[in-house]
Design a protein around this ligand. Structure first.
Ligand SMILES: [Zn+2]
Length: 279
């Protein structure tokens, strides 16, 4: 089971990897002393970390790194009202993270305005994906209007993406949408999908964040692994639809959703291939 209290830092760092994947230009700008690009990268990583804690450890909190740093000025609270007027043009890492609150607070305010956790996360990633420094968006006044524009695109895309995703899951795994209403006085249905991404090395061991669709009526989840994709062995439980997974060899993971009436069948699998760690 993961240590929930440092999740926010792990998710922050994982979001940097995602950002690099979707918009390397933005990351290059941020690492080349473009303080505004760095602020966006840091602030949106903090926003995703806060959204993650809201989603998987409700009610979550708006602070990032509060368990990691003793110096309160290193902790970011995205609920603090912060605007571009507070921007300090400096590439000092401490200042970049504080500048980040400008962007973290945009997402916080979008949540306050009624956006769901998932919509806010999609908006954040979409903006990170679409910001084009060469066309001056980062150097320009990036503001709430950019978020609103992104949201408008999302509301149209959201439904389409959802339908495509269901088709993809179904094609890959023979999965069909279970009827709603698992739980009650029955065991829950198996999670509809399992996924995960590499978050770093612990010594020679690869670390992944494994997550799966939450199942209605589930009170906990049992995790199973296999090194071949053949027979699966129980290796732990999680109260949340996510957990940290460690491996040094190929691993397949399946999930069973449980409550006091019993456990579901095993889900489809996610595959985790170890990275080169501890060289
Ligand atoms: Zn960072």
């Amino acid at each position: 089971m993961q240590a929930q209290n440092i999740d926010d830092v792990m998710v922050h760092e994982a979001t940097h990897s995602v950002t690099k994947g979707v918009n390397e230009v933005l990351i290059t700008a941020a690492t080349n002393d473009d303080a505004l690009a760095a602020a966006m990268v840091e602030g949106f990583s903090d926003a995703i970390a806060v959204l993650y804690s809201e989603k998987f450890n409700p009610p979550g909190d708006t602070k990032v790194a509060e368990e990691l740093f003793k110096n309160p000025s290193d902790v970011r609270d995205i609920s603090e009202p912060t605007t571009l007027d507070d921007f300090v043009d400096s590439s000092d890492p401490g200042i970049q993270h504080q500048n980040g609150k400008i962007f973290g607070n945009m997402i916080y305010r979008a949540r306050q305005a009624g956006l769901s956790i998932d919509q806010a996360a999609k908006a954040t990633i979409l903006i990170l994906d679409q910001v084009n420094r060469d066309e001056g968006l980062v150097g320009d006044k990036f503001d709430q209007k950019d978020i609103k524009d992104a949201l408008e695109r999302i509301s149209i895309l959201d439904q389409v993406i959802g339908e495509i995703l269901e088709t993809v899951w179904s094609d890959m795994n023979g999965y069909e949408d279970p009827p709603t209403g698992g739980g009650g006085s029955n065991p829950p249905y198996a999670p509809s999908y399992v996924t995960g991404f590499f978050t770093g090395c612990t010594g020679t061991v690869s670390t992944y964040l494994d997550s799966w669709g939450s199942s209605t009526g589930a009170s906990y989840y049992n995790m199973y692994y296999s090194t071949t994709g053949g027979s699966y062995t129980y290796f732990g439980s999680s109260n949340f639809p996510s957990s940290t997974v460690y491996n040094t060899v190929n691993g397949y993971v399946k999930i069973s959703a449980c409550n006091s009436y019993g456990c579901s069948s095993l889900s489809n699998n996610a595959f985790f291939q170890p990275h080169i760690c501890g060289e």
